[in-house]
Write a protein of this length. Structure first.
Ligand code: ASP
Length: 353
């Protein structure tokens, strides 16, 4: 990502230092705390399991010298453009009106910049639009019609994002919605009455220890139009601090927003926790802040939520609220460890019953 300081940046920075001196702040108070971290020898990318192709692509691009944010966005774009992935971008499951509304956000560690879009319609790659907000505006988040107009002004093409597969899923959901509406019942064994979720969060670090993060989603299927989840919210869907690491989330966004989970996970790492321990600690906070209607009789959440994290040394980890059912497979996450991409098991708080 090109981020050369302009003349305006230069003058602004000089003014900031002068202002600090005028306030009588000691010189050390003006500087960020010194953190000495040995960067990883190899690039590392970590993502939700559906980002397996994305971590491989991002890892390869970073190995070739591409900027970490550009590489992370290239990674998640694979899924955004895939019509068979119903959780992000083109082909994502729609809201209750049958309209696909997309959310995305990103952060670039070296330049400390952020961008996001919410409830964006008609554009296949919201992660790229979020990157354009980061690159070209003084804002952090654009939503709805304004976000679409912004994208169109940069040459993005407006397209119908509802694939036939997602439309069929929406029609089946609508037909099963309730007994007191005007839709006829369908056979009881029809599927898709549940509320599928899906999102990609991808975080990557290069051999210089530069870090970026991105999260993109079509949000909760059948959501109320205009609903925005955690994914486009800086500090919830993803967060990146170049001195520490990056983290992001998938799962029930409303439960993440309340704890600013990505920020909290990075902050746990700042205080010395490993990425896995940081993600678990954030999930404990999520459980502690869950309202009673979303807890089972034993006080466990009735939803799942995952966090993925990497630190500036290239150590990584992930955690979920629930592990596998006996004999089954639990939540996994995708990693490019500098050589190969693969899936690994997430740590978790509770056994699934
Ligand atoms: N976190 C996303 C949201 O709440 C959904 C998901 O990850 O499944 O919009």
């Amino acid at each position: 990502m090109s981020d050369h300081p302009s003349r305006r940046d230069f003058l602004g920075a000089a003014t900031g230092v002068a202002a600090g001196a005028a306030l009588g702040l000691p010189r050390a108070a003006l500087a960020a705390p010194a953190v000495h971290i040995r960067p990883p020898a190899r690039p590392v990318a970590v993502a939700s399991a559906n980002g397996i192709r994305g971590v491989e692509r991002a890892g390869q691009l970073v190995s070739q010298g591409m900027d970490t944010l550009d590489a992370a966005v290239e990674g998640v774009k694979i899924q955004e453009l895939d019509p068979d992935d119903t959780s992000v971008g083109y082909g994502g499951l729609p809201n209750e009106m049958g309209v696909v509304q997309l959310d995305a956000s990103c952060m670039h560690g070296p330049s400390k910049r952020a961008g996001a879009v919410g409830a964006l319609e008609g554009i296949k790659t919201p992660s790229v639009v979020a990157k354009y907000v980061l690159l070209y505006t003084n804002h952090i988040m654009l939503v709805g019609e304004g976000a679409k107009r912004f994208a169109l002004s940069y040459g993005f093409t407006e397209e119908d994002l509802l694939t036939e597969r997602s439309r069929q899923a929406w029609l089946r959901w609508r037909a099963n919605r309730g007994a007191s509406d005007d839709w006829l019942d369908v056979p009881a064994d029809a599927d898709l009455v549940a509320r599928p979720t899906g999102t990609i969060n991808l975080n990557c670090v290069n051999p210089n220890g530069e870090i970026s993060s991105v999260t993109t989603t079509s949000g909760l299927a059948w959501k109320i139009p205009g609903r925005v989840g955690d994914s486009p919210i800086i500090g919830a869907g993803q967060y990146c601090d170049n001195d520490v690491g990056a983290a992001g989330s998938t799962g029930r966004g409303e439960s993440n927003i309340k704890v600013c989970g990505a920020f909290l996970t990075v902050d746990h790492m700042r205080r010395g926790m490993s990425p896995t321990d940081a993600a678990l600690e954030t999930l404990r906070r999520v459980v502690a802040t869950t309202e009673p209607r979303l807890l089972d009789p034993e006080g466990r959440p009735t939803f799942d939520l995952n966090f993925y994290a990497v630190n500036a040394r290239g150590e990584f980890g992930a955690a979920a609220i629930y592990g596998a059912r006996a004999g089954g497979r639990g939540s996994q996450f995708a990693v490019f460890d500098g050589e190969t991409a693969g899936l690994r098991d997430c740590a978790y708080l509770y056994e699934r019953r």
